[in-house]
Design a binder for this molecule. Structure first.
Ligand code: NAG
Ligand code: NAG
Ligand code: NAG
Ligand code: NAG
Ligand code: NAG
Ligand code: NAG
Ligand code: NAG
Length: 787
């Protein structure tokens, strides 16, 4: 919260003059001494190629052992300190410096719940057990320590009401219900999982007057892998177990007004004695229960023939339900949910290997908390891979290898409830992270299938593809992971939305991030997401027999971190980034309704489009400040990129198309500059690799150029932050990547512009085009005029 208010004060201070150059001079002198003395003395022929060392170390595979450990006991957020200590001890054993970082976060835990179907005389005719079946061969489903079926942050309540079927509960679905004349006020909405984040289903139901929500899994969303099609259910086959329930958080993640993390501290860290606000911007006020398709069937059957028939695309595959919307005036539900809400400690565990350069940091993160006793897929396939990464990189260091850059492992707590541990950490350390972190590598579910899927900031695309060519793919004809990715995913690296711990790094702090894992395809069984059946037994019999994909994930993650830390010039591709931004913009352009193109843009809006916001420049400059500074004053450079004007001549009218074209041109210019910048960086890396061929003075010059360029690469993505954040979602500072405000998980590009067009708001669309243009020009300018 403090961020916004500090700038005026900073702006008023005179800029340091001589004192700013003095450290640089000292630094340069000492660097010269260091380089002349030592540059060629460094013996670059390491005993072995570290890549081979990593692959040899991961030739042994302990992932199954770690998976068993993590999935043996329940570990909801803020519970099971034993696993916190175990994770720390493992990091320590492999030679990492460790920290347990505690936050005090507002959370909810289940106490009791019930759901009854009542007849016209309010007599109970059915009590839903709200339980998943015990499966004899799967130990995770037994015992008195299984976690009840519940949804975190669902409000407490005891409501009795008629109920309706509301499909996926999207904004469009509720619009449709209103069109069909269905009165949602005072009803309980029965909604199927799918399409959008569950918390937003609850948000939209509440906004439409519902007093409670039931969320269930419809077999129609199981891609045909259903008993109706002859597939047996888990544990006898790949179909979904009919009693399985998806737990989850119903925080309003990504929704308008909401922010991830502790809902009582949006934008600042929940550490110690902090001020807290009413959480109900980010969480709901109505009770909600999750339910299996077996248990919801008797309930939905009671509205057969009542109300209007739903549109065809609303029909799932429940056998006995006709998908009429209801309500049945003679059938009511009593829905009761009781949870304990309190502020409780959550624990992140960190491991660090200090590199020669402590100011350049690579983070690999995963969360540890799970909805159930198991969690073999979500998240502990990632946690097991993370321990393997700790072992490989740690043993590499023990063998004498020195990392150029610092590598940090993070085992976050509370991701499941709303990205709690990572968000609070990111908010607390925002300035430090923005200065130091080169890239954040996220792994949540490492394995719940066999198909590699990647979402990333395009800065990392090149590296992700390169490293994938070094690894063999375990199945099918002998091919590399990259060949698999090309065949299976069309070489498509997606853009990030939300739903895992990268959110704060990318979308709040502008740090290049990647999220990857092996996902299920048509040939894999149904993954029991957030259910008791996401267990070690499922993983070892269906998900990943032999844990070979866990092993592959560990190799991929280790090598990505190693490569990023190894190359003198960062392996970040500004060219890929800028050309992707241009492509996203072209898509956006083609989505703009034709009638918008000729809209006239009034003079004052055009002025706003052109003028540079000093507040934002200060914010960006603060976000990119390093411990050293080279080149001319960043504060003045904005003058140089704020001179272009859209439209033909100042007195002619400007249309929306002129503005779009100007932004497109600015992004195009950036892509040209960035591709050229990359090419020169490749040359510099090559020269660095052959530096012993050069005279010391040339070496020194090379070194300075690499320093400067690395700084630009490291901060390239920070150019695309906007200090006020997105419209009505100020926490989200990234102007290119955000989750959709009505979807929660799924990413969209250029959200500021897209949303303004969706909302038919011309001034806002022009404003956001201006923000994009200026960011593109600033980025072009800095890389064009770099040495
Ligand atoms: C040069 O390198 C050696 C060995 O790496 C180190 O011990 C020494 O301190 C270095 N000298 C300078 C001036 O940095
Ligand atoms: C560099 O190190 C390798 C392996 O330790 C050694 O074989 C080689 O002789 C060293 N080269 C120089 C120039 O010291
Ligand atoms: C849970 O089960 C274990 C093992 O059977 C038993 O030792 C323990 O007392 C039980 N706890 C409760 C609260 O019933
Ligand atoms: C919920 O409210 C109903 C009617 O008001 C009451 O009969 C019932 O006992 C309540 N349920 C619980 C679990 O408190
Ligand atoms: C919808 O139902 C509520 C609660 O029963 C009622 O107050 C309201 O008048 C109804 N609205 C319409 C348009 O019928
Ligand atoms: C916590 O903060 C409040 C308000 O800022 C203050 O009144 C209170 O004394 C603080 N408590 C502690 C234990 O620091
Ligand atoms: C909710 O659970 C708490 C803790 O078990 C209990 O004290 C409270 O009475 C329960 N509330 C209701 C309405 O049953």
């Amino acid at each position: 919260m403090g961020e916004k208010f500090n700038y005026d004060i900073e702006m008023a201070k005179p800029k340091p003059g001589r004192s700013r150059w003095l450290p640089i001079l000292l630094f340069a002198t000492s660097l010269l001494v260091y380089l002349l003395g030592n540059f060629s003395a460094i013996n670059t022929t390491f005993i072995e190629d570290p890549v081979d060392t990593i692959l040899a170390l991961l030739g042994q595979n302990y992932a199954a052992e770690w998976s068993k450990k993590y999935t043996a006991e329940s570990h909801l957020p803020g519970t099971n300190y034993g696993l916190v200590e175990w994770t720390r001890d493992k990091f320590e054993e492999y030679g990492w410096k460790t920290t347990i970082d505690t936050y005090d976060i507002f959370v909810s835990y289940p106490e009791s719940h019930s759901l009854s179907l009542l007849d016209e005389k309010a007599r109970t005719i059915y009590n839903a057990p709200l339980k998943e079946d015990v499966i004899p061969e799967d130990p995770t489903t037994h015992g008195n320590d299984t976690i009840p079926t519940f949804l975190s942050y669902a409000a407490n309540g005891n409501v009795t009401a008629q109920y309706i079927y509301a499909n996926y509960g999207t904004v469009d679905d509720f619009k449709k219900l209103n069109e069909l004349g269905v009165n949602i006020t005072g009803k309980i909405a029965v909604i199927r999982y799918g399409k959008i984040f569950r918390g937003l289903k609850v948000k939209f139901a509440q906004e439409n007057g519902a007093v409670g929500v039931l969320l269930y899994l419809d077999p129609g969303d199981d891609f045909g892998i259903t008993p109706a099609n002859g597939f047996k259910q888990y544990p006898h086959g790949p179909a979904r177990q009919e009693s399985s329930v998806q737990r989850g958080s119903v925080q309003f993640l990504g929704g308008i007004g909401a922010a991830p993390g502790d809902p009582t501290t949006p934008g600042w860290a929940s550490k110690g004695n902090v001020s807290r606000v009413d959480p109900h911007v980010s969480i709901g006020r109505i009770p909600v229960l999750p339910i299996s398709y077996r248990e919801v069937t008797p309930i939905l059957k009671r509205i057969n023939g009542y109300g209007v028939a739903s549109p065809d695309e609303w029909k799932g595959e429940l056998k006995d339900f006709d998908y009429n919307i209801g309500p049945n005036p003679e059938a009511q539900l009593n829905l009761f949910s009781n949870q304990t809400f309190n502020i409780t400690p959550l624990w992140n565990v960190y491991g660090e290997i200090e590199g020669k350069n402590k100011h350049e940091v690579i983070i690999i993160g995963n969360h540890r908390d799970a909805w159930i006793k198991g969690g073999a897929g979500d998240p502990n396939s990632g946690s097991s891979a993370l321990i393997e990464v700790a072992r490989a990189l740690g043993d590499l260091k023990k063998s004498g290898y020195e990392f150029e850059r610092t590598i940090i492992l993070k085992s976050f707590d509370g991701e499941e409830y709303g990205l709690l541990g990572s968000t609070e950490f990111g908010e607390l350390n925002a300035d430090d992270l923005k200065r130091k972190v080169v890239a954040y590598i996220n792994v949540d579910i490492a394995v719940d299938g066999k198909h590699l899927r990647i979402g990333a900031s395009p800065l990392l695309n090149k590296l992700l593809r390169k490293v994938a060519t070094w690894l063999p793919y375990p199945e099918g004809k002998s091919k590399t992971l990259y060949e698999h990715f090309v065949e299976d995913a069309g070489d498509r690296i997606g853009h990030l939305g939300s739903g895992s711990d990268y959110t704060v790094f990318l979308e709040h702090l502008g740090i290049p991030s990647v999220d990857l894992g092996f996902r299920p395809g048509k040939d894999d069984g149904i993954y029991h997401y957030h259910s008791n059946y996401d267990s070690y037994h499922w993983m070892s019999t269906f998900g990943d027999k032999g844990f070979v994909f866990h092993n592959l994930a560990a190799k991929y993650l280790s090598l990505l971190a190693l490569e990023l830390s190894k190359k003198k010039v960062f392996e970040l591709s500004a060219g890929d980034y800028a050309t992707s931004l241009f492509t996203y913009f072209e898509q956006l352009y083609s989505d703009v309704p034709k009638e918008w193109l000729n809209k006239e843009v009034p003079h004052h809006l055009r002025k706003q489009f052109e003028s540079v916001s000093l507040m934002n420049e200060e914010f960006i400059s603060k976000s990119t400040k390093n411990h050293f500074k080279l080149g001319c004053s960043d504060m003045m450079s904005w003058l140089k990129y704020s001179v272009k004007k859209p439209g033909k001549c100042p007195h002619q009218t400007t249309t929306f198309k002129d503005i779009l074209d100007q932004t497109k041109q600015d992004l195009y210019d950036l892509s040209l500059a960035a591709v050229e910048f990359d090419a020169e960086n490749d040359v510099l890396q090559d020269q660095y690799d052959h530096r012993s061929d050069y005279w010391p003075i040339k070496r020194y010059w090379l070194y300075l150029r690499i320093l400067k360029r690395n700084k630009l690469l490291k901060f390239f993505e920070r150019n695309f932050l906007y200090y006020e954040g997105l419209h009505e979602r100020p926490w989200f500072k990234h102007m290119v990547f955000a989750s959709g405000r009505f979807t929660g998980y799924t990413g969209q590009t250029w959200p500021g512009i897209r949303e303004a067009v969706e909302d038919n708001d011309l001034p806002r669309a022009v404003k956001w085009l201006g923000i994009a243009s200026k960011a593109a020009r600033r980025a072009s300018h800095t890389i064009r005029y770099s040495i």
